[in-house]
Design a protein around this ligand. Structure first.
Ligand SMILES: [Zn+2]
Length: 454
């Protein structure tokens, strides 16, 4: 059985390459300043035609609140079988400097066994992966083993929230028992990986006022309070000397239960300079995926060039607190505000303004969907054990999906491993990853469909 499906997927890889080349040729950046809107329209139509051809019914575009078009469709499964929603997006990041690309940005080019081009991995490679999985099942079985819904977003890279606003009022169109958010990837090539958590974020703006105007630092420096120094003292209280978060009432002792993140690999990925230390006591994975993290995103203070001998009247900072799964982002924001308010020095006037909050997300780690996907990933990757990682950033759509479909199992995986350099020049995809993930998805749909059969 399995080898047959694997052979079928393998036989479809030539077509996958041709299709990816076509899809990559559309400059589908959902920003009219970067590319003509027709490019997104052409890509959307290509996606409609391709999924229709792969056996999905009623595939069409839906215009969302930000003006972008999402593509959706649905083929019901055999009676009694569950429904799976397959997510991807067809829009891409801008090229970020055509000069830095070794081969043409919009022309899929093979080099050293990888396929280069903008969107080859993020996320057009995942679109092609879905198509390959569906084609393999149809070619072998003449149909699908469970209900299949697809949603392919048109503005993911813009962060304008078109699909997030589309989901709640269109819940019936997208409702499913399991949702596969296929816009991430393996920890490394050949290592089957599920991304099981995403951190949320709380942002707070701090504004300190000390004087009614700038005054000379020679005439007044000493007794006159410097709001920049006050601000620095407040910000310094957010972590201890080792860099562990010390915000009052915010737990920072969690440990990551899944796979680790090798410190040397992390140093390279984060471009940490030789000799510079990592911060925090605990493992990289603890700090990156399981614990809160404080970052000062910006400070309002004079630039060094042109700085005068003055004490400033005011100073300000924008502070971000990344919030791990299991912590409420709004409560963390309140705690951050209270912590800062309790540390205002010298009775400076202080304004604290909450400026944005996003909840963390935890994907399914048990249930029939998880069991089926784990078994299928391990089978498709030659028996390698499934690895679970977190992601330090957030994908707001996952929270919307979870709120709209609280019963659904939501899982994240895909073809975007670190070598893909997504969002950077010279983005590429490993075709072996497309093949293995497509096989895993096809196996998953078979297994998951069979789970519910009496
Ligand atoms: Zn993406």
């Amino acid at each position: 059985m399995t080898s047959t499906l694997a052979d079928t997927v393998s036989s479809l890889m030539g077509r996958a390459r041709d299709d990816l080349a076509e899809l990559v040729s559309f400059r589908s950046i959902a920003d009219p300043d970067e590319a003509p809107p027709e490019e997104c329209a052409k890509a959307a139509q290509w996606v409609v035609d391709a999924f229709t051809d792969a056996g999905i019914q009623d595939v069409r575009t839906y215009t969302t609140s930000d003006g972008s078009d999402a593509v959706a469709g649905y083929t019901p499964g055999p009676p009694g079988t569950p429904t799976v929603l397959l997510y991807s997006h067809y829009d891409v990041q801008p090229p970020l400097g055509d000069d830095e690309w070794t081969s043409p940005v919009w022309e899929l080019t093979e080099r050293d066994g990888r396929w280069y081009g903008r969107g080859a991995a993020d996320c057009k490679g995942n679109v092609i992966m879905h198509l390959t999985a569906l084609r393999a099942l149809r070619e072998r079985d003449g149909g699908f083993p469970c209900g299949i819904k697809i949603i392919c977003e048109g503005s993911e890279e813009q962060g304008t929230g078109g699909l997030e606003e589309f989901v709640p009022p269109n819940a019936d169109l997208l409702r499913a028992d399991t949702i596969l958010v296929v816009d991430v990837g393996n920890f490394a090539v050949g290592v089957p990986t599920l991304t099981t958590t995403l951190r949320g974020m709380s942002i707070v703006d701090v504004r300190l006022r000390a004087l009614s105007s700038a005054v000379h630092s020679g005439m007044f420096g000493g007794p006159a309070p410097d709001p920049i120094a006050g601000l620095i003292a407040m910000l310094a209280s957010l972590t201890d000397a080792d860099g562990n978060v010390t915000v009052d009432g915010v737990d920072a002792t969690q440990t990551w239960p899944g796979s680790g993140y090798d410190p040397d690999a992390f140093r390279a990925d984060a471009t940490v300079r030789d000799g510079v230390g990592l911060i925090g006591s605990g493992s990289v994975a603890d700090h990156l995926w399981a614990r809160p993290a404080v970052t000062v995103l910006g400070i309002d203070a004079p630039r060094m060039v042109g700085a005068t001998a003055s004490i400033q009247p005011t100073a300000g900072a924008r502070v971000s607190l990344r919030v791990p799964p299991g912590m409420d982002a709004e409560k963390a924001q309140e705690a951050l505000v209270a912590h800062l308010r309790a540390r205002v020095p010298w009775n400076l006037q202080c304004e604290l303004t909450p400026a944005g909050v996003g909840q963390p997300f935890a994907g399914s780690l048990d249930g029939p969907g998880f069991d089926a996907l784990k078994a299928s990933m391990e089978e498709a990757f030659g028996g390698a054990e499934l690895v679970t990682v977190g992601e330090g950033g957030s994908i707001p759509l996952c929270n919307v999906l979870h709120q709209t479909f609280p019963q659904a199992e939501i899982m994240l995986f895909g073809v975007e491993e670190p070598k893909c350099l997504i969002h950077a020049p010279n983005e590429s995809v490993d075709p072996g990853e497309i093949e293995r993930i497509a096989l895993a998805e096809a196996l998953f749909l078979q297994r998951y469909g069979a789970t519910f059969k009496a």
